[in-house]
Design a protein around this ligand. Structure first.
Ligand SMILES: [Zn+2]
Length: 441
């Protein structure tokens, strides 16, 4: 989870281990590192365990009560903008390269991970880096054939890593030689694939930290002048082993206790001794989970299907084939955009969102053609359900068809990658969800 929304993120990939197997040596070492070098007390007696359905996760050796702390990490155990600022060698490199450039905090964290990965045994964070999954499954790593097959998601996949940012970073680091080995950063030391992997790790594993507190800690440092957005994200070693569930609520805080700042998570749920503890990364639909974290949840009750204005335009095109007299003044589309009605258009298990119903009614049923008549139509009473029913079915069918096409195309690709298999199951899951919606309406 990116720092955008407030709750922590997690495993991009389940490790290849059977149920009941012990956590890997790397994870055990990470626990030791957190205790002995980062002064983590582990008051809640957390331990790593491997589960058949989620892979590795965390339990407590004692019962966790409702509304109590599940983890309390010293802030210096997190990889944040402060860690970057405190690392003299990396800061020197960054200053040489940056000039007037201002970086996004996620890009800086990505570069910092790359740097630590490069220096290997000399990295103060080597134990954390070793604990990360060695290969990522994420739709971003689908093969070209797979990506071509699945237009319903490939556009979103490309958006998940900002390509112009990758180029920007390459440009700045291209002619810089590494102070430790004299190698060229791009493409030799920081290969593009590795950059994207670490970028996605930041996407999925960072937690939200209150940016004002971080700014306050960093008052007067050079690094504050080198960022272009809020320092609201940090990587949280060990904490990022919690898996996600929509059944619980998680609250985070960053507060001073004595002389040290602590990053704390509290849970709204109770957990028995030895039971897997889950946290909630946020009420995400499966598309968002897939794109940000590389997994999705069958039966996700936060599931909804986003509808864009382009989808509505396609629906209108389809309808015109059978309704030759369907005429929609073009200023209605402009009116929709001007009044942001195209935002928050979606359908979920309960039906169509308010804006989606309004837009369908406004375009397909309402006969007004003068702009000064639009306001009461759009901001007045909700349209009659019955009159929209057929159009709603049309729209769901249109979306269903796209998902089915993508699924069929994907099934024709020879030998799916692991990422491709996750996407295939995601498509099946969404098709089942929309089919259910169609039956219900
Ligand atoms: Zn080097």
């Amino acid at each position: 989870m990116s720092g955008k929304e407030g709750i922590p993120g997690i495993p991009v990939q389940l490790p290849k281990m059977g149920c009941g197997e012990k956590p890997s040596e790397e994870i055990i070492q990470l626990g030791r590192f957190m205790k002995h070098q980062k002064n983590w007390r582990n008051d809640t007696k957390l331990a790593v365990k491997v589960f058949p359905d989620t892979g590795r996760g965390l339990i407590s050796r004692r019962a966790i009560e409702k509304d109590s702390e599940i983890i309390d990490l010293p802030f210096d155990a997190l990889i944040s903008l402060k860690s970057i600022s405190d690392d003299g060698e990396f800061m020197q490199l960054l200053e040489e390269v940056s000039g007037e450039m201002k970086w996004k905090v996620q890009t800086l964290l990505t570069l910092y991970l790359l740097w630590n990965w490069h220096v290997g045994d000399k990295s103060p964070w080597k134990d954390y880096l070793r604990s990360l999954p060695t290969t990522l499954t994420h739709p971003h790593f689908c093969s070209v054939d797979e990506l071509v097959a699945i237009p319903v998601i490939s556009e979103r996949i490309i958006d998940s890593v900002n390509q112009s940012e990758v180029r920007e970073v390459q440009k700045y680091f291209e002619h810089t030689l590494c102070p430790c080995c004299g190698g060229k950063f791009f493409p030799d030391i920081f290969p593009k694939r590795k950059f994207i992997e670490f970028y996605l790790i930041c996407n999925s594993r960072t937690v939200y930290v209150p940016p004002d507190t971080v700014r306050m800690m960093l008052r007067g440092t050079r690094v504050l002048g080198m960022i272009s957005n809020d320092p609201n994200m940090a990587l949280a070693p060990f904490l990022d082993l919690f898996n996600h569930s929509g059944d619980t609520k998680t609250m985070c805080s960053l507060a001073r206790k004595g002389t040290t700042y602590f990053y704390t998570l509290k849970t709204s749920s109770s957990f028995r001794r030895g039971e897997q503890i889950f946290i909630n990364y946020g009420p995400h639909c499966n598309m968002k989970l897939l794109i940000e974290y590389g997994f999705f949840l069958p039966g996700n009750y936060n599931e909804f299907i986003e509808v864009s204005l382009k989808d509505i335009e396609d629906l209108v095109k389809n309808l015109r084939r059978s309704q030759k007299n369907l005429h929609i003044p073009s200023n209605k589309f402009r009116y929709i955009r001007d009044h942001n009605l195209h935002e928050k258009m979606f359908l979920d298990a309960d039906g169509f969102s308010h804006n989606l119903s309004i837009v369908l009614h406004f375009l397909l049923i309402d006969g007004n053609i003068y702009e000064n008549h639009y306001h009461p139509v759009v901001f007045g009473q909700l349209p009659d359900e019955q009159s929209l029913r057929e159009y709603k079915k049309h729209l769901i069918n249109l979306l269903l068809e796209r998902y089915r096409d993508s699924l069929v195309n994907l099934q024709h690709v020879e030998r799916l990658t692991e990422s491709g298999m996750i996407v295939r199951d995601f498509l099946k899951c969404r098709i089942a969800f929309m089919s259910d919606c169609l039956n219900k309406y």
